[in-house]
Design a protein around this ligand. Structure first.
Ligand SMILES: [Zn+2]
Length: 536
């Protein structure tokens, strides 16, 4: 008989507060779908009304299978009625199943920062929660600075929590906003709060300023809280939020949590964790943290004779959990064995059936290794990996051939005397023995090239009509202007909403982009079963 523990993701809101994190609407959709598939209970989409991306996201909310889509905002302003506060109204009326409101719980902040009487703040909490409940949505209250507030004035902090609960909040979430609390304090304070608000209604939201966010979350659960808020990869302001990528496997795999609690993340779904973590890194254009617990590339890497031979005899000698349980893989740095199992796992993910001992697996592994050495990455570019794999197995027709392309970038004054930059591209493609020349214009060289390439692909044109480039990311791999450039492209089929990722690498950014574009189109033709060209 296990008890339900709820997982609340705030990557798209609190995580977006981090330096260098800037989600596009497409990024948000992709991450929400990934979190939903992983089994998170709540996905906080953002702060509707606060910025154009969040407003657009809530105007057309993602279709989630099991997660509760949640809007974030502030409690209504003290001294105003809920209906007379437009900012509050935008949040309560948002297209969401739940609303999480942040409220002050530290007397010092109420009087100094907010400048309102303590009682008025409690009244604002009550009325705000009541307004959310009346709207038919589930209400959550994030009690900001709860632990610091409790240490300064426990009666007031408790009164805030109690008011939210009494008004009908499903969850009263205790926040370590400044991230400086220690695990023992957290468990002592949560235990006290649980005397006035049932643990089944308490959540924990921690920050990692003292590297205790994960430990503090677990301490709160041990003391009775039943909801954990955090972010994928721990992204968040300053030093980040509680890292769900670490917390989730601990809760699912380790005792006493595994026996005591059930979460929406089943053992089967947990195998997608590494993939989800790397996907976020790709979206953020960041190199994954190799040493990340559970999901890092080094998390199950073994180097040096004695460890490797021990791990080969029994992995438990140097591994705390099996790497496959979180979708990661063992890496034995002195043997090619590990690479082979990685490739087999990737092939399975792509739906390509092949015998384990097929010699072509070894050839593909060699090809992948060589390409990774010059800068390719296939984490986050699954479509390019699948093409590489299917080519190695002889399954990809040579649909078309690009004989040449030319790109021109010109910066000049226009007729009105304004300085403008224009790009033009010309592409010569050979399809079914026929050579076609297309030109395109764009706001930049890649855009122009994309336009030209997709203007006329002869018999294949109907297959690529609905595809669009939704994202384009460039990473410079080894500094300087003579560096190697890696380009990742995300393409979507507007008709089916399917999306795929491709990669290109070259010292020349246009070349790298073109390679990724070609993969993207070829992938679409392959997936749609476009006919192979006549021999020419
Ligand atoms: Zn926070």
């Amino acid at each position: 008989m296990s008890e339900r523990l709820y997982l609340y993701d705030t990557t798209l809101r609190d995580g977006a507060q981090a330096l260098g994190v800037d989600f596009s609407l497409e990024d948000k959709r992709l991450i929400a779908a990934t979190l939903d598939a992983l089994g998170l209970d709540y996905i906080e989409g953002g702060y509707p009304g606060a910025n154009p991306v969040d407003t657009a996201f809530f105007a057309d909310p993602p279709e989630l299978k099991s997660a509760t889509f949640t809007a974030f905002g502030m409690t209504k302003r003290a001294g105003r009625s809920a209906s007379n506060d437009p900012g509050f109204g935008a949040v309560v009326e948002a297209n969401a199943d739940a609303v999480c409101l942040v409220a002050k719980a530290w007397d010092y902040h109420v009087e100094v920062a907010l400048g309102v009487p303590l009682e008025d703040n409690i009244e604002a909490i009550t009325q705000s929660v009541e307004a959310v409940v009346a709207s038919g949505r589930e209400a959550l209250i994030d009690c900001e600075h709860f632990f610091d507030g409790y240490k300064a004035n426990p009666d007031y902090a408790l009164a805030c929590a109690k008011a939210a609960y009494k008004a009908g909040a499903r969850w009263v979430v205790l926040c370590d906003t400044n991230g400086g609390a220690l695990p023992d304090e957290v468990s002592a304070i949560v235990a006290e709060v649980a005397k006035v608000v049932p643990g089944a209604n308490l959540g924990i939201h921690t920050h990692n300023d003292a590297e205790h966010a994960v430990a503090n979350s677990l301490a709160a659960v041990r003391a009775g809280a039943r909801q954990i808020q955090g972010t994928l990869n721990g992204v968040g302001e300053r030093c980040g939020n509680a890292n769900l990528t670490s917390l989730i496997p601990t809760l699912v795999l380790k005792e006493p949590y595994a026996s005591q609690f059930a979460t929406g993340v089943t053992r089967e779904r947990l195998k997608n964790l590494t993939h989800a973590s790397r996907l976020l890194d790709e979206v953020l254009n960041r190199a994954p943290n190799r040493a990340a617990p559970y999901v890092g590339e080094s998390a199950f890497a073994h180097k040096g004779g004695i460890h490797v031979s021990a791990v080969q005899k029994d992995p438990r000698t140097y591994e705390h959990v099996p790497p496959e349980s979180v979708g990661n893989a063992r890496r034995l740095l002195v043997s090619a064995q590990s690479g082979r199992s990685n490739i087999l796992a990737e092939l399975e993910r792509a739906g390509i059936a092949i015998a384990k001992d097929d010699p072509r697996v070894g050839e593909l592994l060699e090809a992948v290794k060589q390409r990774e050495a010059v800068g390719y990455t296939y984490e986050g570019a699954e479509a390019s990996f699948e093409l590489l794999a299917r080519r190695a197995l002889g399954h990809v027709p040579h649909y078309f051939e690009v004989e040449s392309f030319r790109v021109l970038v010109e910066r000049r004054h226009n007729a009105l005397g304004a300085l403008i930059t224009v790009s033009e591209a010309a592409v010569k493609v050979r399809v079914n023995g026929e050579t076609m020349m297309s030109v395109g214009e764009g706001n930049g060289p890649i855009n122009a090239l994309d336009q030209a390439l997709r203007r006329d692909l002869g018999v294949y044109q109907e297959y690529i009509r609905d595809i669009e480039l939704v994202d384009y990311k460039v990473r410079i791999l080894n500094g300087g202007t003579d560096a190697t450039t890696r380009v990742l492209i995300e393409t979507r089929d507007a008709a089916t909403q399917k999306r795929w990722f491709t990669v290109g690498v070259s010292p020349n950014i246009v070349d790298a982009s073109f390679e990724a574009l070609l993969d993207s189109i070829t992938y679409k033709l392959l997936k749609d079963g476009a006919p192979a060209p006549h021999a020419d």
